[in-house]
Design a protein around this ligand. Structure first.
Ligand SMILES: [Zn+2]
Length: 95
């Protein structure tokens, strides 16, 4: 998925490092590159917002540890949201 514009950093590379970025486990240089990319590329920003939201929800609802069932539910919910985003985009584009 890409916004179609050229970026210094490839979208796949940004998405690959998304979790490190959210967890703040990333080098400062890489971090500013990703921040810049998110500024320019809305599909990646959308994905970043989604990951961050899910992460904070999980952190809040189970501070101890995530049971498998909850993890599955969260993963399912992520897929549903992604489908909703895709469908919304198709409707907008054909408008
Ligand atoms: Zn991107």
């Amino acid at each position: 998925m890409s916004c179609g514009k050229p970026h210094d950093k490839d979208c796949s590379e940004v998405l690959e490092r998304m979790f490190e970025f959210i967890d703040n486990e990333i080098h400062t240089a890489d971090k500013s590159e990703i921040e810049q990319h998110l500024d320019e590329c809305w599909p990646c920003l959308e994905k970043y917002d989604l990951e961050r939201t899910v992460k904070s929800l999980v952190a809040r609802s189970c501070a101890e540890h995530a049971p498998e069932s909850l993890r599955d539910k969260v993963l399912l919910r992520i897929r549903q949201v992604q489908v909703e985003i895709t469908e919304t985009r198709i409707v907008t584009e054909t408008d």
